[in-house]
Design a protein around this ligand. Sequence first.
Ligand code: PNW
Length: 465
Amino acid sequence: MTTSTPAAADLKPLAYGVASASYQIEGATTEDGRGISIWDTFSAEPGRVRNGDDGTHACDSYHRLDDDLALVRGLGVDAYRFSIAWPRVMPDGRGKVETRGLDYYERLVDALLEADVEPAVTLYHWDLPQALEDEGGWVSRSTAEAFVDYARVVHERLGDRVSSWATHNEPWCAAYLGYAAGVHAPGRREGAAGHRAAHHLLLGHALVRQALPDTHLGIVLNLAPVWPETPQAEEIADGVDAIRNRVWLDPLVDGAYDARLLDVAPVLGDPELVRPGDLEAMQGSIDWLGINYYTPIRPAVPSGHGEPHPEQGAYPGVPDLDLVVREPRTDIGWEVEPRGLEELLVDTHRRVGVPLVVTENGAAMTDTEVVDGVVDDQDRIDYLEGHLAAVDRARAAGADVRGYFAWTLMDNFEWAEGYDKTFGLVHVDRSSPLLTRTPKASYRWFADRAAPARGRARAAGLITP
Ligand code: PNW
């Protein structure tokens, strides 16, 4: 395939945004009729989340919406990416609709539009209603069917005002960390369940596409470049690539699971699971693709020593592997390597042929303290600057990247890591009853960076046509 390479001066402006997710920031888990989610259940089980943390209060954004909207406005970004909590809208996962839940998101959307910030909605960022998990969760086909009803209800309320929609956030995490490695909710450890969940997540996405044919619809994947450490690890790396990247891209682009994937995951060839029409419904079902990027993956043959990696178990069917993490690293232990983002954007552009958006990118730092009202997080600024330069290089090489969202607006509930690892542009003081927000140096830096593009990117129709 040929790719034209525009001169830097011809590049359209990049749209800047900031991202969050419902369970990570909202708190108020029992308010206004919200049902229980699998993350409420999982984080209540001892030993699942670091320090026994949970999202009961999170950043209390459910009550502090006005403060948080002011923070978004103050950043001067073009877009705010957030997710909708399924159990707020349908407490039992299906059937009864809780209008107070919808009211909250409507208030958020209206305030964003009022401030000339584009709302970018993610329908599913991991907070599955527990009632659906009790019936098998994503391992069960009926969850994909329930997802469409939920999507319809949300779209009916917000579809006239929201133009950018994503079905899932990082279905790899939902499927494989949740059902195979068991380190995320619902904490199940069965390899085949991971593959089944992957298929049903894709199916749910495809059914939403059919139900909402006229929406500008995408999916957000945590694709990663897979770089074998040694020539001996190439075979293993291909298996990792199959489960991390191709299990999503192949159905979306080609309407098929490839031969190596079927070898690693024979269950994906089971006609009871993959029914006639499923793969066809997935093919061509995205108008845009979101990519979340943090770090590359470096598979190696097992050395017999070295720490077990948290993602171990998340590539079921692939022979034993080690995952090597090179320096430098952020405080969550993830290697910093902007060239991974550049390569990923260029390769994925060639592969999918739809506009790309970097829907998350950011750095965890535990060492950010407020000193005289200031948080000096220069390391985070360096991380963001390095990755924005990688986006520029990918664009100059022809990759059609329309937007860049920093992860994340404020320090929040970082899943299995609890509140210990923080990615925010805004510091949240967890020791103060008011959960006081203090913009960090990175917030000011990102605001300065976004300012010249403000308005121009949206006017050019970059996020939504
Ligand atoms: C993503 N892993 O999560 C999510 O989309 C965000 O909600 C999250 O806060 C952010 O990245 C930072 O972690 C991930 O263990 C969590 O491989 C864990 C993993 C990957 C992504």
